[in-house]
Design a protein around this ligand. Structure first.
Ligand code: CA2
Length: 149
């Protein structure tokens, strides 16, 4: 059984409690529930994690990539800062779909860049919690393995 890893970065544990006009009303637990339902219905395993620490995310990307498991990644603000996450995705040859709740291009200029995008299969942003379910469908429909291997 293929296991899809959904990895969430800093501050996403606060989802649904503040800034609903930007991030929506759903909590991270709500998002986990809807992805778990999709995964169970389609016979996939699901690992759903959140951390405020860059090193945790790097370790989890290694774990997923090296075991051949695809990743749906919302790296939060590390998206815009972390060469280390970029390197981890490359080093572990992880298949990554980058997701964001908000459309970062309509926001502050410091959110316009991404160190994840150049090493991601694709990017889905701006659809709130629905970005995650779209990413799940995109991953399944485009194949769960690396296109180069
Ligand atoms: O839109 C996204 O999904 C982001 O990855 C969310 C990050 C932000 O730094 C990125 O630029 C875009 C921030 C997540 C913070 O989540 C909060 C949740 C509730 C209240 C405040 C922040």
């Amino acid at each position: 059984m293929t296991t899809i890893h959904v990895l969430n970065g800093p501050n996403l544990n606060l989802l649904g409690t503040r800034e609903p006009s930007i991030y929506g009303q759903d909590t991270l637990a709500d998002i986990e529930r809807s992805l778990q339902a999709k995964a169970s219905a389609q016979n996939f395993g699901l690992v759903f994690r959140q951390s405020n620490h860059e090193g945790d995310l790097i370790g989890w990307i290694h774990e997923a990539g090296l075991s051949g498991s695809p990743v749906i990644l919302n790296a939060g603000a590390f998206t815009h800062t972390s060469v280390a996450l970029h390197d981890a995705i490359k080093a572990a040859a992880a298949v990554v779909i980058e997701v964001h709740l908000s459309n970062t291009h309509t926001r502050e200029p410091f959110r316009h860049g991404s160190f994840v995008s150049p090493v991601a299969r694709g990017v889905i942003m701006g659809f709130g919690a629905h970005s995650y379910t779209l990413a799940f469908d995109a991953l399944v429909q485009t194949g769960l393995k690396s296109m180069s291997s």
